[in-house]
Write a protein that binds this ligand. Structure first.
Ligand code: HEM
Length: 130
């Protein structure tokens, strides 16, 4: 967060909600039916579903390092966590509904890009459901 608002931190590109044990964050116990509230890093949101945390999409083992194209496709098109058949439904604000019609080629290009970026070790916390 800067004076003029949030700016991307390239050193943590697409690594999700930062989980730094030395700088552990206390999550507010807020419930919201009327609002969706984002934290200042834009990696966590509180809404009617509870609190969710942006996933680590880097090619580290704590991200999508071991994911296959089939897993990525299932996560994106079917909104399933880890792209597993029995994965829980992905929560907002991940806009799964808008990604159902991504083509095979688009998905291939996306995973190829994600696998090419800097791997960042970051274990993202599980969502807190209401
Ligand atoms: C093309 C753009 C995007 C791609 C490729 C993408 C990819 C993914 C993938 C693969 C997951 C599942 C990770 C896992 O199961 O470990 C995920 C989760 C998530 N994404 Fe996205 N995403 C995109 C856009 C967005 C946007 C625009 C937002 C928010 C404004 C968002 C927020 C989230 C959140 C909060 C989660 C975690 C959901 C949960 O834990 O249930 N994503 N994303």
């Amino acid at each position: 967060m800067t004076k003029s608002g949030p700016v991307p931190d390239e050193s943590r590109l697409l690594s999700g909600h930062p989980m730094n044990p030395k700088n552990s964050i206390v999550y507010p116990k807020l419930n919201s039916n009327e609002w969706i509230l984002f934290n200042t890093s834009g990696t966590s949101a509180i809404g009617p579903w509870g609190t969710s945390f942006a996933a680590n999409l880097t090619p580290d083992e704590t991200g999508i390092g071991s994911w296959t194209l089939a897993q990525f496709t299932r996560a994106m098109r079917e909104g399933k966590s880890k792209g597993l058949e029995n994965g829980r439904p992905l929560l907002p604000p991940m806009p799964t509904i808008g990604y159902k019609e991504l083509t095979d080629n688009e998905l291939k290009a996306m995973i190829r890009y994600l696998k090419s970026i800097q791997p960042i070790e970051n274990i993202v916390p599980a969502p807190i459901l209401r």
